[in-house]
Design a binder for this molecule. Structure first.
Ligand code: M6R
Length: 357
C-alpha cells in the first residue's frame, strides 16, 4: 500500500536506500564477503562471452552491467534489446552465457529469446525482482533483486536494484577468475545507499528544477558521456513515459551530428557530469548547446562540480554513479509529470508488465 505517499512512484523512489542495504545483506556471507551460488559463479567463469538481453529500463541497467562486468571481471559482454535479438542475431561465441534482466520476469520479448537460446542448448541466468516468474523458472539460474513489489509503471527501485546486483555479480566473477580487484562492493554500495538517502531529502530543490526547466517545454534532451550516457537514456525514458514530454538521451558528442538542429531558444538539456575523465568534454558539449539557445541543467558530482551546476550529487565510486545520479532524474520526472497533471503511477498506453510481443 501507498501509506502516506500520494503515489507509488514516490514511495518506491524513497525505498531505494533500504533496497540497496537489503541487497547487501542478502548477498554477503558471514565474513562480510560477496559469495554467489557456486553454479552461477562457475557459469560466469566458464562463459567466453556474456549476452545481456532486456527491454526498456532493464536494458538500461544492462548497459551499465556490461561496463561493470567488463571493467571488473574482464569478460566481454554484449547488451541487446530483447525485441530485436532474434531478428538481428549476432554471431555467438563458442561458450556464451545469456543474462536476462527483467523486473517482472514476464516480459514476452525477453521470454522469446530465452526459449530460443535454451532450445539451442545455451545456459541462461535471470536477474529478476520476481523469483517464481516465467523468466526465472525457465532459466538455469536466478539472481533476485530483492526490491519488493514495484507497483508504479515507471520502474525506479527495480532499476537501481538491478545495477547493484550486477555490481555484485561482476565482483564475484572477477574473484572467481582470481583477479585481485580494488573494489569492495559492500563498502561502495553502503555509500551509495547513504547518498541516495541524502538525495531523497532534497525533493524541494528537485521539484523546483522540474518547475523551472520542464513545466511548459515540448521536448527535453539528456546528454552524458561514458556511464552518464546510459543514465541519460534512462532519464529520458522516465520523463517521456510519465510526463509525455518528448525526451531523448544522447552521447554528449553525438548531438552535433544531427540532433543539435532541434535546439531552440529555451530547449532544456539535462547534462550529467559524474565521470572525471569526461568532465571537460561534457561541459564542452553543454557550451555548444547553450550557444544555440539551450537551457542547460547540469547535474554533477561532488569534486567535479562547477558554480553554475543545477544540482550536485554526493561523491560515490565512479563505477556506481548511475545508481545515484538517476535519483534526481527520477524525482525531476515525477514532479514534471505531477505539475503537468499526468497520472504518475499509470501513464497512458502502458502496462506494468508487457506480456505481448
Ligand atoms: O519487467 P521488465 O523489466 O522486463 O520490463 C521491461 C520494460 O517493459 C520496463 O522496464 C519499462 O521500460 C518500464 N516501464 C520503464 O519505466
Amino acid at each position: 500500500e501507498k501509506g502516506t505517499y500520494p503515489h507509488f512512484m514516490l514511495k518506491e523512489i524513497d525505498e531505494q536506500p533500504v533496497v540497496i542495504r537489503n541487497i547487501i545483506s542478502k548477498y554477503k556471507d558471514s565474513d562480510d564477503k560477496i559469495q554467489l551460488d557456486g553454479n552461477i559463479r562457475e557459469a560466469m567463469k566458464e562463459a567466453d562471452r556474456i549476452y545481456i538481453i532486456a527491454a526498456g529500463t532493464s536494458y538500461h541497467a544492462g548497459l551499465v552491467g556490461k561496463q561493470l562486468i567488463e571493467r571488473l571481471a574482464k569478460k566481454p559482454v554484449e547488451v541487446h534489446i530483447a525485441s530485436e535479438f532474434l531478428y538481428n542475431m549476432p554471431l555467438l561465441s563458442e561458450n556464451p552465457l545469456f543474462i536476462f534482466i527483467s523486473q517482472s520476469g514476464e516480459t514476452a520479448d525477453s521470454r522469446g529469446v530465452l526459449v530460443n537460446v535454451r532450445k539451442l542448448g545455451y545456459r541462461a541466468l535471470t536477474i529478476t525482482n520476481v523469483p517464481g516468474s516465467t523468466l526465472s523458472r525457465e532459466a538455469n539460474y536466478t539472481l533476485h533483486t530483492y526490491a519488493g513489489p514495484e507497483i508504479a509503471v515507471a520502474s525506479t527501485k527495480a532499476y537501481t536494484a538491478q545495477m547493484a546486483v550486477l555490481a555484485i555479480l561482476a565482483v564475484d566473477t572477477a574473484k572467481a577468475q582470481g583477479y585481485d580487484i580494488d573494489f569492495d562492493p559492500i563498502y561502495e554500495l553502503s555509500l551509495v545507499a547513504t547518498s541516495i538517502e541524502a538525495l531523497c531529502d532534497q525533493k524541494e530543490t528537485l521539484e523546483k528544477l522540474a518547475r523551472d526547466f520542464l513545466s511548459t517545454t515540448r521536448n527535453c534532451f539528456f546528454i552524458g558521456r561514458g556511464l552518464d550516457f546510459y543514465v541519460g537514456l534512462e532519464g529520458a525514458l522516465k520523463l517521456k513515459e510519465i510526463s509525455y514530454i518528448q525526451a531523448e538521451g544522447f552521447a554528449g558528442g553525438e548531438l552535433k551530428h544531427g540532433t543539435i538542429a532541434l535546439i531552440e531558444e529555451g530547449t532544456p538539456v539535462i547534462a550529467l557530469a559524474t565521470q572525471e575523465h569526461v568532465n571537460l568534454s561534457i561541459r564542452g558539449n553543454v557550451k555548444e548547446v547553450a550557444a544555440r539557445g539551450a537551457n542547460p541543467c547540469i547535474i554533477s558530482m561532488e569534486g567535479l562540480e562547477d558554480v553554475d551546476d543545477a544540482f550536485v550529487i554526493p561523491s560515490v565510486h565512479e563505477y556506481l554513479t548511475p545508481i545515484v545520479s538517476v535519483i534526481p532524474l527520477q524525482l525531476i520526472s515525477y514532479y514534471a509529470a505531477l505539475h503537468r497533471g499526468c497520472d504518475v503511477d499509470k501513464p497512458r498506453n502502458l502496462a506494468k508488465s508487457v506480456t505481448v510481443e
